[in-house]
Design a binder for this molecule. Sequence first.
Ligand code: HEC
Length: 159
Amino acid sequence: MRRQARFTPLLVRATVACLTCTAVAAGSTGRARDQDAARTRVSTTVWDGVYTTEQADRGKTLYGQSCASCHAGDLRGDGTAPSLIEEEFSFQWSDSSVAELFEQIRKLMPSDRPNSLPRQSYADIVAFILQSNKLPPGEKPLPPDADALAKILITMKRR
Ligand code: HEC
C-alpha cells in the first residue's frame, strides 16, 4: 500500500510530463506548418520585376547622397560597413521579405542619422540595391509600404 502511494505521484508526474511534451511537439509542428503555409502564400519574389528602372535611377542618386560615404559607390562596403551586393547580400537577406530589408534600412540607416529620409526615398534606395544585385526591373515601382513589401520574397533562385 505504502509502495503504491509512493509510485502514484511518480506516475502522475510522468503522465503530466508526457502530456506537456506532446503539447510542445504538437505546438512546434503547428508552427512549422504555419511557416510552410506563409512561404507558399508568398507568390511574388524579387525575380518578378518588382521595381522600375526609373525608380532605381532615383535610388542611385539617393544612395550616392546618403549611403555611399560608408558602403562605397560600388556597394561593396569599406571594412566597417558591409557590402550590399553579391554573396554578402544573399547570405544576409535570402528567404527574408523585402519588407525586412526596407524596415532594417529605414530604422538603422544612415547609421549616423537613422530614419532621416522619406519612406519613398528608402523604397527607391531598395530598388537600386535590388538592381545592383542583378534582379530584373518591371512595370511597377516598389511601394514604400511595409505590408505590400512583406509579400515579396528575397530569393537568389530564379523560378
Ligand atoms: C555612417 C556610415 C553609414 C552610412 C551613411 C550608411 N550605413 Fe549602412 N551600415 C553601416 C555599418 C557600420 C553597418 C554594419 C553595422 C550595423 O548593422 O549597424 C551598416 C549596415 C547596413 C546594412 C545591413 C547589412 C547587412 O548585411 O547586415 C544595410 C542593408 C545598410 N547598412 C544599408 C544602408 C543604406 C541603404 C544606407 C543609406 C540610406 C546606409 N546603409 C548608410 C554604416 C553606414
